[in-house]
Design a protein around this ligand. Structure first.
Ligand code: NIG
Ligand code: FE
Length: 413
């Protein structure tokens, strides 16, 4: 099946196949072809160029994109979209003045979600996750990472990861699974932290490897959750099972977690709402992708990650949604890109680079996705008729997507 897009007003994020991530001042550049064609064959990008250079082609389908913009789909490298129920009661508590930490310490937060998930069947959870995933795909997400972490027992963590495995089989977008057994200490282990860490390392990890249920390992490294020393132990164990780290770190406090992540060759460090100069120095010596989650900052009313500082130091930056019921109940990457521009002061070019190619890198997919590159998967967003790609972040809260393509096929629901 050959599909040809013609008269594309702007073909955005056109890159050579050698580019895996964009760093520092290069993030201000977003390569674009104006008045372009794009040819898709066998699910992949086969060719593209200026309309003036369009060769004579025999195709099965021709799509006129006059006035419209085509860009690679969003690559959302950090979500928790398998969960049981939403948490509006905590939302109201926060409106009334409680903090995320205070809500967690009175039994809300992650443990609240875990209790609810433990009481749901695998099928119920799967059906709810399917609906959420369909929704974000229609919002332009063309690759996604999904974490466990609301199970917090051997059976329930495995249940979550099996659901993610089913999602991988059902959906045609690439999905990566991250094991986050170290999301919080279950109540029964409150006085026996070693006991829970042993459970993760000795019971959960071997089963996960046996069933090939995860690609990555994550820990919530934070005061009141997992210390840097505990994080080190868990990440190291994950690595011995072939799982690279992608870590929740520096959300509320800088407690030395970033150095530990880098020591363990983390693929990404995520959150970073609090980031010190020494953390930036550690990142400079690494291949680790810093990931900002601005819709979490928006929803919790906490500081935004200082993405400008990260980029000014020559580092790359990715953006992700953190879709979860507690701190970011939206997986809308269009809104994430808007927030990055409006609140983090990224330029639209920086934000699009962060939400496409760098997002792909943060889940080990930048050889397949994240740019308009020959041979990459044809996961694409085609907008309505708009002025330029800058309209996408500018027009926050509205929908400027016309059509979504996954592996070259238009998606309708
Ligand atoms: O990324 N910070 C830790 N984990 C999630 C929130 C989880 C929850 O509140 O349910 C986050 O923000
Ligand atoms: Fe998260």
């Amino acid at each position: 099946m050959k599909t040809l897009f013609i008269n594309v007003k702007e073909l955005v994020q056109v890159r050579d196949s050698s580019v895996r991530k964009i760093s520092g001042e290069n993030m201000r550049e977003l390569p674009i072809l104006r008045n372009a064609f794009l040819l898709i064959e066998n699910q992949q990008i086969q060719d593209f160029g200026l309309m003036s250079d369009l060769p004579d082609l025999n195709v099965d389908q021709k799509i006129d994109a006059t006035g419209k913009i085509i860009l690679p789909s969003w690559c959302d490298s950090h979500t928790h979209l398998v969960f049981a129920t939403t948490r509006e009661e905590e939302f109201v508590d926060r409106i009334n003045g409680l903090t995320y930490e205070e809500i967690a310490s009175k039994g809300g937060g992650i443990l609240n979600s875990a209790k609810k998930l433990q009481n749901c069947s695998e099928d119920e959870l799967y059906e709810a996750a399917v609906l959420r995933l369909k929704e974000v795909i229609m919002l332009g997400t063309g690759a996604i990472e999904i974490k466990s972490g609301y199970g917090l027992s051997v059976n329930d963590e495995l249940k979550m990861l099996r659901i993610i495995k089913r999602l991988k089989q059902y959906f045609s977008i690439p999905i990566k699974a991250t094991f986050l057994g170290a999301h919080a200490f279950p109540k029964v282990f409150k006085e026996n932290r070693q006991g829970y860490i042993d459970l993760i390392i000795k019971k959960m990890l071997p089963k996960i490897t046996e069933e090939n249920l995860a690609d990555y390992i994550d820990v919530f490294c934070e005061k009141g959750y997992f210390t840097p020393t505990e994080t080190d132990r868990i990440l190291y164990a994950g690595k011995t099972h072939g799982l690279l780290p992608k870590v929740h770190v520096n959300q509320f406090n800088a407690i030395g977690g970033i150095a530990i992540c880098i020591k363990n060759n983390a693929l990404s460090v995520d959150h970073l709402e609090v980031i010190g100069d020494e953390d930036v120095e550690f990142l400079k010596d690494s291949d680790t992708m810093p990931v900002a989650l601005p819709s979490c900052s928006f929803f919790l009313g906490i500081p935004y990650t200082d993405g400008k500082k990260i980029i000014a130091n020559g580092l790359p930056l990715a953006l992700a949604s953190d879709f979860n019921p507690g701190s970011s109940p939206s997986g809308n990457m269009n809104f994430v890109v808007s927030l990055a521009c409006i609140k983090m002061k990224l330029t639209p070019e920086e934000a699009v680079n962060a939400a496409t190619i760098n997002g792909a890198y943060a889940m080990g997919l930048s050889d397949q996705l994240g740019s308009i590159t020959k041979g990459k998967l044809a996961n694409l967003i085609m907008t309505k008729e708009i002025t330029s790609y800058r309209f996408i972040p500018y027009n926050f809260g509205s929908q400027c997507i016309d059509k979504i393509f996954v592996k070259g096929q238009e998606i309708f629901e």
